[in-house]
Design a protein around this ligand. Structure first.
Ligand SMILES: Nc1nc2c(ncn2[C@@H]2O[C@H](COP(=O)(O)OP(=O)(O)O)[C@@H](O)[C@H]2O)c(=O)[nH]1
Ligand SMILES: [Mg+2]
Length: 279
């Protein structure tokens, strides 16, 4: 399902080795995940990879996700021994809190040191979670590339965050759990996979299946439906009719409906939605 980056076994092995090399140089790992899909946007071997190294989990795009679920996920990750923070890298919400966390960790590290050393960290995460946006936020520059493509790795460089804190300029781009088809779908809903390789109408149908169960009210309110269909297909057709997405001969324009619903999900126009609840 995940085809936007060619994650073949050799590439995965190289990526893992590169990140392991980088890990030796840092005090701290900042793992970025997508708050709408906190499980699907995590790399399957992340725990093994990070090991005992200190970690902050950033629930990014929290602006698009369900506030209650953000809290529940944060609680869970905390219970598992991580530092956690909900962020919005577009507005910068949560950035000050992150800096405070980092400052505390820096002070803790230097507590008994005769010579103070800078706190060094790296960012890791699967594609599209907002790693580059976070780097830009932290450095206050437009230095890191944003977009879905993995950055070209140049020589290692430390970005100075001020106050004795340094960030590795290249984030660790990890592969997602692509063996699980539901994970593939979740990533596709959130735009982590190129749309051209997926049929947008089918993707929409799959999304409606999830939304009918998780957020029926939001779906009805957004599309002014008095009730949902018996099936996702019926609901999709109701939405198409409401919006007038009808082709000549009265046929439903599934593609246009699909694109609309998917776009409105991604921009949180339907509402603040978390597709994966805490179990
Ligand atoms: N709404 C919202 N969008 C975000 C946030 N962070 C990043 N994005 C968007 O998500 C997309 C991927 O971000 P990017 O930083 O390139 O992700 P990367 O692939 O992990 O480096 C871009 O279109 C960003 O503008 C956020 O907190 N909220
Ligand atoms: Mg990037």
């Amino acid at each position: 399902m995940i085809e936007n980056i060619n994650w073949y076994p050799g590439h995965m092995k190289k990526t893992r080795e590169l990140i392991q090399e980088n890990l030796k140089m840092v005090d701290l790992v900042v793992e970025v995940i997508d708050a709408r899909i906190p499980s699907s946007s995590r790399n399957p071997i992340i725990d093994q990879l990070v090991g005992a190294k200190k970690r902050i989990i950033v629930l990014n795009k929290s602006d698009l996700a369900d506030e209650e679920e953000n809290k529940a996920w944060a609680e869970l990750f905390k219970k598992q021994g991580n530092l956690v923070l909900a962020m919005n890298c577009m507005s910068g919400s949560g950035a000050n809190q992150l800096i405070r966390m980092l400052t505390n960790i820096r002070d803790e590290k230097n507590k008994d040191a005769a010579r103070k050393k800078p706190l060094r960290m790296m960012i890791v995460g699967v594609p599209n979670v907002g790693k580059s946006s976070l780097i830009n936020r932290l450095t206050g520059k437009k230095s890191a590339k944003t977009g879905n493509k993995p950055g070209v790795t140049r020589g290692k460089q430390w970005l100075n965050l001020g106050n004795d804190m340094q960030l590795l300029d290249t984030p660790g781009i990890l592969w997602p759990k692509f063996e699980d088809p539901n994970v593939g779908l979740n990533l596709a809903f959130c735009g982590a996979i190129k749309d051209e390789i997926l049929d947008i109408a089918t993707l929409c149908l799959e999304l409606i299946k999830v939304l009918q169960v998780r957020y029926p009210q939001l779906l009805m309110e957004r599309y002014k439906l008095t009730e949902l269909g018996e099936t996702a297909l019926e609901t999709m057709e109701l939405i198409a009719k409401k919006r007038g997405f009808i082709l000549s001969g009265g046929r439903i324009d599934y593609e246009r409906t699909g694109k609309t619903v998917i776009d409105e999900f991604r921009s949180a126009t339907i509402g603040s939605i978390t597709l994966e609840p805490v179990e």
